[in-house]
Design a protein around this ligand. Structure first.
Ligand code: DON
Length: 303
């Protein structure tokens, strides 16, 4: 398949949508990003990467990192994680608290903030330095040693982090957080602040298309675990818009409020797209449209 030609076609098709939606406003450091940015990359299984537009411009990955943290927590700690976090779509906004009390401090899934805090807590217990472990992994899988944290974004999240602090303390009251909440929040905010390009993300996510194999050929996850993560991305990766995303795109995907989305075609390739204008659920408007065009033009969905 001529991925380069395909990407140019998709970029032209979604051009009228670029600038639609609103960059995340609840994190001031993200609110100032130019909403007219658009980039998209595709990485094949061998690590060849193709791109269009701003595909080499670093942006704030935010909740996309939740996928990589989950993979590391499962790889290092195994299935017992699922005793502390569920695998069902929440149908609620990503930062919602309402279900947690009814469900005894067990978050619905690892991709809402509550679930991601549990995953980061687990990774912190397993490794002693969750955010650095994650950064190292992303550098290795993308082959880019320059990937780093954005201190301004992390500080901004901290300053406006009352909701995440409330979620973490609430789960701690049910015994579902092992580490001190302030330290956990620090690791979570550093994790969300990691800056990567579309090329970096498409390369780093390849283990999900390679049935659990890392870029160096070693095994990160079993084939079954890779399937499980892809399945949870499909059902929960775009929050309360996951049904609509599955309907339109038909691929496992994970979004972040920085305007990025990654998607996986198992056994074939990975995609990353970035455009900062978000819809009401926190997903990139032009990004989701570009992935919709990708599966429509190629037929490469999982269905
Ligand atoms: O916890 C937060 O609010 C952010 N740092 C991450 C949110 C996010 O990306 C959710 N996304 N769609």
């Amino acid at each position: 398949m001529d991925y380069q030609h395909l990407l140019e076609r998709i970029a032209a098709d979604v051009a009228p949508l670029i600038g639609s939606g609103t960059p995340a406003e609840y994190i001031p450091a993200l609110a100032g990003v130019d909403p007219r940015r658009f980039g998209m990359a595709i990485a094949d299984l061998e690590g060849n990467v193709f791109g269009t537009g701003d595909w080499r411009v670093p942006f704030s990955t935010q909740s996309i990192t939740k996928v990589f943290a989950l993979a590391l927590a499962l790889a290092e700690g195994g299935d017992s994680l699922w005793e502390r976090v569920g695998r069902e779509p929440s149908g609620n906004p990503f930062n919602s608290l309402v279900q947690l009390e009814y469900e005894n401090g067990i978050p619905r899934n690892p991709f809402i903030n509550a679930g991601a805090l549990v995953v980061t807590d687990r990774l912190q217990t397993l490794t002693g330095d969750a955010s650095s472990e994650l950064l190292d992994f992303l550098r290795q899988e993308s082959g880019n040693p320059d990937i780093g944290f954005d201190a301004e974004v992390a500080a901004s999240e901290h300053e406006h982090g009352d909701r995440n602090a409330a979620v973490a303390h609430f789960m701690a009251s049910y015994g579902n957080i092992d580490n001190p909440v302030p330290a956990l929040l620090d690791h979570y905010f550093w994790q969300c602040s990691i800056e990567m390009t579309c090329a970096d993300l498409a390369l780093a996510a390849r283990f999900l298309a390679r049935h659990g194999l890392r870029s160096d050929g070693s095994r990160l996850l079993t084939r079954s675990e890779a399937k499980q993560i892809n399945a949870v991305m499909m059902t929960c990766g775009t929050y309360d818009a996951a049904g609509e995303f599955a309907y339109r795109v038909g691929l496992p995907g994970k979004s972040g409020v920085g305007g990025g989305i990654i998607a996986v075609v198992p056994g074939r390739c990975t995609l990353a797209v970035w455009s900062p204008g978000l819809d009401a659920q926190g997903n990139s408007v032009a990004g989701a449209a570009a992935l919709d065009r990708f599966t429509t033009l190629t037929g490469l969905s999982v269905f």
